[in-house]
Ligand binder design. Structure first.
Ligand code: SF4
Length: 594
């Protein structure tokens, strides 16, 4: 029998209850902070006997303090760390009580050190229990180095484990050594070990992977007292596609998401719909978050019409490219998509080109505008520090942002992180970076004997041309931070919208850093403004006006150009190259409930 265990819920509950161990109550929000930021979630579990550090050693927090981290975050990190030794004792004793033959740890993001902390204690108590590691942090050299450095690990399953994992656990259950197969490292093998490189599974294997079983998670939640309110915000993870079809054509220079798994596969739409329905029935949850790197565009004409017609009030999240059209976004909305994460990363076309993103600033801005119109929350990040970027682009973005403050701001603004498997990592010299070694965190969290160059996923680096992005982004960071607080905290109006009248449109401008006003555009100017909804060049604008000749407009190209330039200087139109994008959100659509 296989049992899963949501240790993260146990740990959260334990910390929230452990008033005797901490100076103040720890909350879910505190937990999110330490789980997301700078490997703090790993560091808090790094102590004896796994590493040379004592539990009282706070040198990593001191390093973060030097880097400007807020005292609140650092104090929260220390409080969580205080809870860890007692929690580990409890966790290990509960695991041993179940008398397992083997324990499998899946590790991605900040889960390696916590997994090692539990695994090493289990092994010390009962060496007969087989410890198996897998997950994204075991991919390629990272898995090999963990296997070498930590004797408590008996088996590492590298890469996608739909085929390899069940064979490993069958062997263990029969009390036999592990069968040698690609993607598996083991202390004892049956047969002769061959090549251990990890493989992506075929589209057929992926499409028929078993439905995730969340029963233990929900029964754990039901038993909780401190985590009760988590139930209100559950988005069940679901995988509809794996790999990245865009990365297969043009690997974004900063992206390390796919080592062996860039090859894009997606499940048949009827299978995805069936998974949504089965999980919703089983757990009474209609909110799902697709863990895919990128949406399969085929779903726009296959899966989403099915979901739209299902008469179920879905609440869905997907990651997408920002080049979706308005009808495509409308279809997603109608199917129940309420949150999207577009890979925006920048509002500068030259910088987007540098990162091979296959998008431009007009596409990114109109995506945010259309999401605002439709009532879809767009979650995106702004990244700076791409090698070769022109510092003047940051001043240009800082000047552009006051025009965009009616749209969703980025969730974070951060410097480029250099990740294993990314083109920057694979060909640093070609891209103008020098890799200096693993990110600082690793030496604070691991023992000195571990091969950190191979274990690390994030790396320190410098630019070959000696640039210091902090010197040219501070203005932009300040502007974005104001955008964020005006949008989420300010409480004041922050909109730029328009209403249609007979032969005119009325634009109501309430953007925070601009003058409050109403602008009426009449006749062909109103038509031009609406034509520019997608971002159009002057030729298309003229052609579309000619098509609408029945409206009685016949302006000359020069007249239209003058009018467009006036809208640009009035800050209601964005211009890039010879293309114009209207910025106001159509209000009648934005009033849609949802
Ligand atoms: S950043 Fe997104 S689109 Fe680009 S390669 Fe990575 S997963 Fe694909």
């Amino acid at each position: 029998m296989v049992r899963s265990r949501s240790c993260f819920l146990d740990f959260l509950e334990f910390c929230a209850d452990a008033a005797h161990l901490t100076s103040f109550p720890l909350s879910v929000d505190d937990y999110r902070v330490i789980g997301n930021d700078y490997h703090i979630g790993e560091w808090i579990f790094s102590g004896p006997p796994l590493t040379g550090q004592t539990w009282e050693d706070n040198s990593y927090v001191e390093l973060l303090a030097d880097r400007g981290f807020s005292n609140t975050i650092l104090e929260v990190a220390r409080e969580f760390r205080r809870c860890v030794p007692a929690y580990l004792e409890k966790c290990v004793s509960e695991l041993l009580e179940e008398d397992p033959i083997a324990i499998g740890f899946t590790t991605s993001f900040c889960q390696t050190i916590p997994s090692l902390a539990v695994a090493s204690r289990v092994k010390a108590e009962n060496p007969d229990i087989t410890i198996v590691f897998g997950g994204a942090n075991c991919e390629r050299p990272m898995g090999n180095a963990l296997f070498e450095a930590f004797e408590c690990i008996d088996v590492v399953v590298q890469g996608e484990a739909e085929l390899t994992g069940p064979r490993v656990f069958s062997d263990i259950a029969r009390g036999e050594p592990v069968t040698a197969q690609r993607g598996v490292l083991a202390r004892k093998f049956k047969g002769s070990p061959g090549s251990f490189s990890d493989d992506a599974v075929t589209a057929e294997v992926f499409a028929t992977a078993p439905l995730p079983n969340y029963s233990e998670y929900f029964s754990r939640l039901a038993r909780g007292t401190q985590i009760d309110f988590l139930r209100e915000s559950i988005h069940l993870p679901i995988e509809t596609a794996r790999g990245c079809w865009w990365g297969e054509k043009s690997h974004c220079t900063f992206c390390g998401l796919n080592g062996a798994t860039m090859f894009f596969r997606s499940k048949p739409p009827e299978r995805v719909e069936q998974e949504f329905v089965s999980l919703a029935k089983r757990h009474h949850v209609r909110r799902f978050a697709a863990v895919d790197n990128i949406l399969d565009p085929k779903y726009l004409t296959t899966l989403f019409p099915r979901l739209r017609d299902s008469d179920i009030d879905w609440y869905l999240f997907f990651e997408v490219k920002s080049n979706l059209t308005k009808p495509q976004l409308q279809m997603m909305y109608d199917a129940g998509v309420r949150e999207l994460q577009p890979g925006i990363e920048s509002l500068s076309t030259p910088i987007l080109k540098l990162m091979r993103k296959g998008a431009n600033s007009i596409q990114n801005i109109r995506f945010l505008k259309w999401c605002m119109e439709l009532g879809i929350r767009a979650t995106w990040n702004l990244i700076y520090g791409f090698p070769g970027e022109d510092p003047r682009e940051y001043q240009r973005m800082a000047e552009l942002i006051p025009l965009l403050t009616h749209l969703q701001p980025p969730s974070s603004t951060s410097i480029l992180s250099l990740e294993r498997f990314s083109p920057y990592y694979q060909e640093p010299r070609k891209h103008g970076v020098r890799i200096l070694g693993p990110a600082d965190f690793y030496k604070y969290a691991y023992s000195h004997t571990a091969r950190l160059d191979d274990i690390a996923y994030a790396f320190r680096f410098e630019y070959a041309d000696g640039r210091e992005p902090a010197e040219y982004v501070s203005n932009l960071c300040g502007v974005v931070s104001r955008w964020h607080s005006d949008f989420f905290v300010g409480g004041g109006a922050h909109s730029l919208s328009y209403l249609r009248g007979p032969g005119y449109i009325e634009i109501i401008d309430q953007r925070p850093s601009l003058k409050k006003r109403e602008i009426v555009l009449e006749g062909y100017e109103a038509a031009v403004y609406e034509i520019c909804d997608r971002g159009e060049g002057i030729r298309t604008i003229c052609a579309r006006l000619r098509e609408a000749a029945w409206l009685g407009f016949s302006p000359q190209e020069e007249e239209i150009r003058r009018s467009l330039e006036e809208m640009v200087s009035n800050q209601i139109m964005y211009k890039e190259g010879d293309r114009y994008l209207s910025l106001a959100v159509a209000q009648q659509v934005s009033n849609r409930p949802g």
